[in-house]
Each structure stands twice: as structure tokens, then as C-alpha cells.
Design a protein around this ligand. Structure first.
Ligand code: FBP
Length: 672
């Protein structure tokens, strides 16, 4: 059968609850310590919920609350966007709390994401169904989808569905976009008395909420820890494999559409040799360029932000340095959204977003339907550039863009022109980011190899063995080789790894070599071994992590989020997002709260247009987690003879203590 012991252990696990949920019922207390800067647009568009404040879920024994708390309810729940481990526990928590308050309450699950609301596709969730998915990853119970309820028509249909089912409340489990949706739905359904509650979900970890004073309200979305641990587990195994057969560089692209939180957590979990953080690249300033510009009294904007070419050189430097100590292998982590932070590429993305959005707004047929082939799309762009030249008008796409774009390989052009999702997001997962980068790396490595900079250092024991096997006395030979070298005498005997660059220079100094005398066969052999063969294996860690089973932390977090959702509903809240404060501390310190969604909204460019959305949080370069990665970079690169510094996070277990099993970024950033 398909029942495994892991499944039995998981479905039978009862996540411990926050203290407040042991009380028979709860109430809400407004917490005015938190302040938000309200966006003017949000004030107009979300007038009914803009005045919401942070609510703390607290115990009460006031019987006055009991009646409303325990009334029978109909609650609909929907998953929106990419799956994230723990979603099933949000449902389980909500289900348990609702049934405990009143066994006659009904929970409906909308199928296939927001489409289920629009099209009225829902199932009543039974205890049996809920029980089968407790502590199990993915969103398979009711599936998910990426549709956005973004037109008056879709809004009307959604409202009709909720009214038709007689819902008291709708719960939207989703990311920044979906919580944005939740706020609009809350506003729309105020008149119907239907409450809408959001739940912060996304493996990307980019929903983090602070108030204006920087107080943390939601430190992390659920699913982040599980996905990061799944990726880290697999990548740590690659570290072991790589340092065993010592012949590959493993290039690991790690999900995270925009922010590099997942890559950062993977770096802390595995100590992979090189990890790139998109946010840091955007922050990069080419000081040499700036100084040059300053001297000539000019301004050089290109000095700001890392270019793709620069980045490939930084990667090459790491590869070359490891090779010099005999390590022509390693593990590299690249965040999926890295291109978003490369200035030159970001400009293309924004320009193309605008072009596509403008086209769609002014034509009956969409850009991608009208131009299905890359050649057609390129031709359209060419015409735009042509127009900018002929009419010397200011246009989004000009001849300079055209030239730069033509320099990009076809597959990458195609990637940049790919269809955006319903939220206007660029489909980073579909673009072979790592290929773009590694092609540049390979080209540059070839040059470095020709120049003699990319050579594999040879271990001393191998060197000595080879000389001996060829009948040469290593000590004498070593002495001869290095006798001209200032402190190089006997260096050969002392060093663990001999840089072939050094060796070659030494050999060339030997008159015998320069006169064209034949290089002794043992040395030839050593030379041959020093010529690097740069071999890579590329991996993508993304969808697998979204489907992984939740960690102990995420099991507890999500189950308690489900309980929080019910408390918010039972106490009449709407337009709030369920959250838990103090996640970095022990469960006994966790504080369930409701965060008002509308005050979090601001205007942002999406799909080439300005839209009211919740801000995505990106990696804070000042915070401790990033600083820790930065401080350890050199030691994790391990460009020295001897062992690498890999860390093995081990398998995800349900039984682990919470203190050991929390995201390292969460723990470290709490120290910031
Ligand atoms: P959400 O923001 O919806 O949680 O999804 C995040 C994510 O997993 C990203 O990391 C990734 O870029 C994207 O989904 C992939 O989307 P799709 O499922 O459409 O391929």
C-alpha cells in the first residue's frame, strides 16, 4: 500500500498549541503600540478597513464573549499561489478550532485556488479529509492556483459564491499578492457582513511585516523553513558527493522569485563554497569606476550595481582560487531571482513589462497571442526601436536597447520576453539563469586558463610520488626548482599544495627548459594533471521544496496560524492577516495576533502599471544573518589546502526540539 511509517507518524502528530489556545475561548485586544504610514490611495480604495489596528489574541473568561464565539459558522478557505509546506495544518487548525467552538460549523475548501471562488467550486471538508493531510506537505487537499480576483466581474462572481454558500468568513492563504487580494475582498464584502482573513504563506520568505518604527509583527511566512531545509538537505548531499569525486562544480539555483532569503538560509545551513545574494549585487558599487569618473569630472551611473559580466568574474575568481589549492570542484548557490538585482537585466525586465502591458491595453489580442514566436516579438521590438530613431521621439525601447538586447543569447531573449503571470510577475523559474551566467563563466575561465591563471594546484604527496615513480629525487629536484626562489627553497617540501603557476614559473627559470630541452616525463605528467577541465552539474531546487513535508517548526507555526484565524473570525475581525509574534523564541512566548492588511499597502509597479500591493521584503544587508554569511565567505570558499567547511543540517524530523529546528535567518536576525 501507500501508507508508510512516516505518513503514520505525520498524520498522527498533534502540534502543541500556544498557551492562549488552551483557554475555552479567546477575545481580541487592540494593540496601539504599532503605527503605519497610510498610503493615500489605500485610504480611498480600502476605506472600510484602513482604520484596522493590530489585534492581540487573548484569553478571556468573560461569558459575554461566549455566545458569539460559539455560534455556528460557515467558513471558506482557499490556497492561492505556489504551494508551501504547512498549508494543510492551517486548515487543520481552523477546522479543529471551529468544530471545538461549535460542531455544527462547516468549513469549505475552494478548489484550484481563487478560480474555485470565482466559479463556485468548493467541497465541504470532513474530519476524515482533514486528518489525512495533517502535517503533510503541499496543497494537494484542495489544490491551488494563481488567478487574481482583479476585475469587477471576478469580484462580483466571488461575492456571489460567498453569499450563495452563506459564508460568514473567507480565509485566503497566500503571498503578498494574495493578501492584497484579501484586503480588496474584505472591503468589497463588508456590506455582506462576510469577514476576510489572510494568512502569510510563501516559501520565498518575502512576507515579513514591521510597523513604521521597525517593530517586527511577522518575521517569516510559513513554508520558508521547510523549503529551505529541503533544499539545504539536498545541497549538503551535493557537498558530500562533490568533495568525494572532486570533479564537478555543482551549480544550484534556489527558488525565490525576487528576494534571496532562501539562498541566504541555504548558505547558513550548508556553508556551500559560494552563495550569491541578489540584494548584495544590487548594492555593489564599482569604486574604481567611480574614482575614474570623479577624476574626469563625469558621472558614471554604470558604476552602481553589479553587471552580469562582473558577476561572472567574481565567480571565476572563486573557482580559480580553489583550483590553485587543488580543489577543482565545489558547490555554488545562486538565487533564482538574481537577475532582478542585476541592473542591466532589470532595466530590460521593466521596459519589456511596460511594452507588453501597453500593447495589451491598446489591442484586442494580447501581445503573446499576437506574437507567438520569438522572431515575431523581436521584430516588434525592432520596429519600436526604428520608430524611436525615425521620429527621434522618446520611446521605451530605443536603438541602444535594441543593440544590447541583440547581444544576449536567443534562449535568454526568449526568457526575458516570456508571458507574465496574472500578477504581472516575471517568470524567473522558467528562465535558465544559471545557464546565462555559467556560459559567461566558462568563456572567462578559458581566457584565464590560456593566461595560466587557472591551473590546478597539485598535492605535495602526488608531486613527490610522481617524481619518485619517474626515478627523480624529489628533494633535489625541488631544490633545483626553487633554488632561485627567494624564500622558496624547500618550499616544495613544506607546502601541501603546489601551485602549478609557481611551478611553471620556476621551471621556466631553469635554463634547461628555456633551451628547449625536453621536459622530464614525470613533470609532463604533473603538468597534464594541472590543466583544469571545468565541469559543471546544474540543479534547480524549487518545486521539490514546495512539496516537501513541513518541518517541526512549520507544523507548529501553521497549526497555530489556523487557530489564530479562527480566533480572529470568532471575534469579528476582517481585513486582518493572522500572524504569530516572537517566532524566534520558544512556543511558550509565541503571541498570536491579527495584522491589519490595508495599512501595509503601497503603490508599486506591477505589469507595467502602478498597483496597490503589500511590499515584498528583501534581504536586509545590515541584518545579522547576511553579515554572518559575509563574514564566513572566505572560510566557506575554503581556498586553502585541507578540508572544506561544509555543514550538514541532516534530515527533517518531526521529533526535533523547536530550539534546534528554526530558520537560522530568523534566529540571527532577531539579534539585529
Ligand atoms: P508564491 O509567491 O505564490 O508563494 O510562489 C513562490 C514561488 O514558489 C517562487 O519561488 C517561484 O518563482 C514561483 O513560485 C514559481 O511559480 P510557478 O508555480 O508559477 O512556476
Amino acid at each position: 500500500g501507500n501508507v508508510t511509517s512516516a505518513l503514520i507518524e505525520r498524520t498522527g502528530f498533534e502540534p502543541p498549541k500556544c498557551k492562549v489556545f488552551h483557554a475555552p475561548y479567546t477575545t481580541l485586544e487592540t494593540d496601539d503600540t504599532y503605527t503605519f504610514r497610510i498610503d493615500r490611495e489605500a485610504k480611498t480604495k480600502l476605506s472600510g478597513i484602513i482604520g484596522n489596528r493590530v489585534q492581540r489574541v487573548v484569553e478571556t473568561d468573560n461569558p459575554a464573549h461566549r455566545e458569539s464565539y460559539e455560534k455556528p459558522r460557515k467558513i471558506g478557505i482557499v490556497f492561492s499561489g505556489g504551494p508551501a509546506p504547512g498549508g494543510h495544518n492551517v486548515i487543520a487548525g481552523l477546522f479543529d478550532a471551529a468544530k471545538k467552538a461549535n460542531p455544527d460549523s462547516t468549513i469549505y475548501g475552494f478548489l484550484m485556488g481563487p478560480d474555485g471562488i470565482i466559479e463556485n467550486e468548493a467541497i465541504e471538508l470532513t474530519r476524515d479529509t482533514v486528518d489525512r493531510y495533517r502535517n503533510i506537505g503541499g496543497f494537494s487537499m484542495i489544490k491551488t492556483g494563481r488567478t487574481k480576483i482583479d476585475t469587477p466581474q471576478k469580484m462580483t462572481l466571488s461575492r456571489q459564491t460567498c453569499r450563495h454558500l452563506g459564508l460568514n468568513a473567507l480565509v485566503v492563504v497566500g503571498g503578498d499578492d494574495s493578501n492584497t487580494n484579501a484586503a480588496f475582498l474584505a472591503q468589497e464584502m463588508l456590506a455582506d457582513g462576510i469577514q476576510v482573513i489572510g494568512v502569510p504563506k510563501t516559501i520565498d520568505g518575502d512576507i515579513q511585516v514591521r510597523d513604521d518604527a521597525g517593530n517586527v509583527l511577522c518575521a517569516m511566512s510559513f513554508g520558508f523553513h521547510s523549503a529551505a531545509r529541503a533544499f539545504a538537505g539536498a545541497i549538503s548531499n551535493l557537498c558530500t558527493d562533490g568533495s568525494s569525486d572532486v570533479k564537478y562544480w555543482h551549480i544550484c539555483k534556489v527558488m525565490g522569485r525576487v528576494a534571496s532569503h532562501l539562498a541566504l538560509e541555504v548558505a547558513l545551513q550548508t556553508h556551500a563554497n559560494m552563495t550569491f545574494i541578489g540584494e548584495e549585487l544590487a548594492d555593489y558599487v564599482d569604486t574604481a569606476r567611480l574614482e575614474r569618473a570623479e577624476k574626469t569630472g563625469t558621472i558614471d551611473y554604470t558604476a552602481y550595481g553589479m553587471t552580469l559580466r562582473n558577476l561572472s568574474r567574481v565567480i571565476c575568481e572563486g573557482i580559480v582560487r580553489r583550483a590553485a589549492v587543488g580543489k577543482n570542484y565545489g558547490v555554488m548557490v545562486i538565487p533564482e531571482g538574481i537577475l532582478e538585482f542585476i541592473n542591466e537585466i532589470q532595466i530590460f525586465i521593466v521596459k519589456l513589462n511596460t511594452i507588453i502591458a501597453e500593447y495589451n491595453a491598446t489591442h484586442d489580442v494580447s501581445f503573446h497571442q499576437d506574437f507567438p514566436l520569438l522572431a515575431d516579438k523581436l521584430e516588434y521590438l525592432r520596429r519600436l526601436a526604428q520608430r524611436s530613431r525615425d521620429e527621434s521621439a522618446f520611446t521605451v525601447w530605443n536603438t541602444r536597447d535594441e543593440d544590447l538586447f541583440n547581444d544576449i543569447p536567443d534562449f535568454f531573449q526568449e526568457g526575458l520576453l516570456m508571458e507574465r503571470d496574472s500578477h504581472g510577475n516575471f517568470p524567473f523559474s522558467q528562465v535558465e539563469t544559471e545557464k546565462v551566467l555559467m556560459d559567461l563563466v566558462k568563456d572567462y575561465l578559458k581566457i584565464l586558463q590560456e593566461q595560466g591563471h587557472y591551473r590546478i594546484g597539485i598535492r605535495r604527496d602526488y608531486f613527490i610520488k610522481t617524481l619518485r615513480a619517474g626515478g627523480m629525487d624529489p628533494e633535489t629536484y625541488g631544490h633545483v626548482l626553487f633554488s632561485n626562489w627567494e624564500d622558496g627553497e624547500y618550499l616544495l617540501m613544506k607546502a601541501d599544495i603546489i601551485s602549478l603557476k609557481t611551478l611553471k614559473q620556476a621551471l621556466l627559470k631553469e635554463d634547461a627548459m628555456e633551451e628547449g630541452r625536453e621536459i622530464p616525463p614525470p613533470i609532463q605528467k604533473i603538468y597534464k594533471k594541472s590543466v583544469p577541465d571545468f565541469k559543471i552539474q546544474t540543479h534547480f531546487y524549487g518545486y521539490d521544496g514546495r512539496g516537501s513535508d513541513p518541518t517541526y517548526f512549520d507544523c507548529l507555526y501553521t497549526y497555530n496560524l489556523g487557530l489564530t484565524v479562527f480566533s480572529l473570525i470568532a471575534n469579528g475581525a476582517t481585513g486582518q492577516m493572522a500572524a504569530i509574534k516572537n517566532l524566534e523564541h520558544a512556543l511558550s512566548d509565541w503571541e498570536p495576533i491579527g495584522i491589519p492588511i490595508a495599512p501595509l499597502m503601497h503603490l508599486e509597479e506591477r505589469k507595467g502599471k502602478l498597483a496597490l500591493v503589500i511590499e515584498r521584503s528583501i534581504v536586509d544587508l545590515e541584518a545579522v544573518a547576511f553579515q554572518a554569511v559575509k563574514a564566513n565567505r572566505e572560510s566557506w570558499l575554503a581556498a586553502f589546502p585541507g578540508e572544506d567547511n561544509y555543514r550538514h543540517p541532516g534530515p527533517v524530523r518531526l521529533s526535533s526540539e523547536i530550539d534546534e529546528s528554526r530558520p537560522l535567518t530568523l534566529l540571527l536576525n532577531a539579534l539585529s
